[in-house]
Design a protein around this ligand. Structure first.
Ligand code: PEP
Ligand code: MN
Length: 363
């Protein structure tokens, strides 16, 4: 799939505006507060997918007229969320510039297909949020459905993934999935919706900087004239002034530069890093060799592959060493888990292979 740009302008791109359109005054106040800021597209939800019934579910079609006023009075292009063919028809009728598909729709192929069919034959740009669950194929599948309906001006928005239990984030970022998407589709624009990832305004700036540093094409940010009084997502919205201050404080770093000193330094470091990686693989292979030898003894003595006491002690020791070397607990745990899983697999292979052999010789 080869996509065409939704945003034909220099990076970074910024989408800003309230979570929901609440009243005509609120929408216009947000838009006027943003029109002279760094904003490429004004957002406001007209139909709101709420987790529990009874919450504010959006103003519906009358809100589209407010967005038209935003276009006329501020010159800003506007976007809203569509979930059904009927939303698409209303938005087309009202000249909405860009449509977005929300996380709860991307998860459902029926919805995405319905939207794609309703858009067939148009050239409306569409932004596709990731599904609420971390299913990479489902996200790509939604992009494919639009592509197959003839749409080319399609971009993606990373808004994090639902999880159960306590976390710093409302939706876990799992950055690697967005990075994978950028690598698989180099001409697809990928933006980061920091508001829905964070769920709180105090960590928006650091998350925005992280998104910049991971080379996202831009950001989506929820901005409201009086955030604490917002009818939805109050705790994550910021005022136009706070938005402006945050964006100005971000550092946009370049992917590379042709400064020869920089390039030479990078080249040298990379040679060293490659050599270290090679050594790491060699050491892990040596470790696995020992693991397999232990597998043979375990098999002969009829001892289980998993040794919980040993694993616990190993984990504690590695965590201690990791801390001494300024490696995070999270990394050490993942590292040990990966090594341990591979060791178990290798030992099982040894044990199962010899079982098969025994069976053959018996026969
Ligand atoms: C939104 O952008 O207001 C929204 C509902 O987002 P999401 O689909 O990412 O939850
Ligand atoms: Mn929201």
């Amino acid at each position: 799939m080869h996509f065409q740009p939704v945003f034909d302008t220099k990076r970074p791109i910024h989408i800003a505006g309230p979570c929901s359109a609440e009243t005509e005054e609120q929408v216009l106040a947000a838009a006027h507060g943003l029109k002279d800021q760094q904003v490429n597209l004004f957002r406001a939800g007209i139909w709101k997918p709420r987790t529990r019934p009874g919450a504010f579910e959006g103003v519906g079609v009358p809100g589209l007229k407010w967005l038209q006023r935003v276009q006329r009075e501020t010159g800003l292009a506007v976007t809203t969320e569509v979930a059904y063919a009927q939303h698409v028809e209303q938005c087309l009728k009202h000249g909405i510039d860009v449509f977005w598909i929300g996380a709860r729709s991307t998860v459902n192929p029926f919805s995405v297909q319905e939207i794609a069919e309703a858009l067939r034959g148009t050239d409306v740009p569409v932004l596709v949020k990731n599904p609420v669950n971390p299913d990479y194929k489902l996200w790509v599948g939604a992009l494919e459905r639009l592509y197959k309906a003839g749409l080319r001006r399609v971009a993606a928005i990373h808004r994090g993934f639902s999880s159960y239990g306590d976390s710093k984030y409302r939706n876990l970022p799992r950055w690697q999935m967005a990075i994978d998407l950028m690598q698989e589709f180099p001409d697809l624009e990928v933006l980061c919706d920091i508001s829905h990832i964070c769920g709180r305004r105090d960590i928006l700036a650091e998350t925005a900087q992280k998104a910049y540093d991971l080379n996202f094409d831009g950001l989506m940010v929820e901005v409201h004239p009086t955030p604490d009084e917002a009818w939805s997502d109050a705790s994550q919205q910021v005022t136009p002034e706070q938005y402006s201050k945050m964006i100005k404080g971000l550092v946009r770093r370049v992917v590379t530069t042709d400064d020869p000193d920089f390039l030479a330094y990078m080249e040298n470091c990379r040679i060293e890093i490659d050599a270290i990686d090679e050594e790491i693989i060699h050491l892990i292979a040596q470790r696995m060799q020992l693991v397999k030898e232990i597998g043979v003894i375990k098999r002969d003595k009829n001892v289980t592959v998993l040794q919980p006491e040993r694993f616990r002690a190993l984990r504690e020791e590695l965590l201690r060493r990791g801390e001494k070397n300024e490696l995070s607990k999270e990394f050490i745990s993942l590292f040990l888990e990966a090594i341990h899983q591979e060791s178990i697999n290798q030992q099982e292979q040894v044990i199962n292979a010899s079982l098969k052999k025994r069976k053959l010789t018996k026969d």
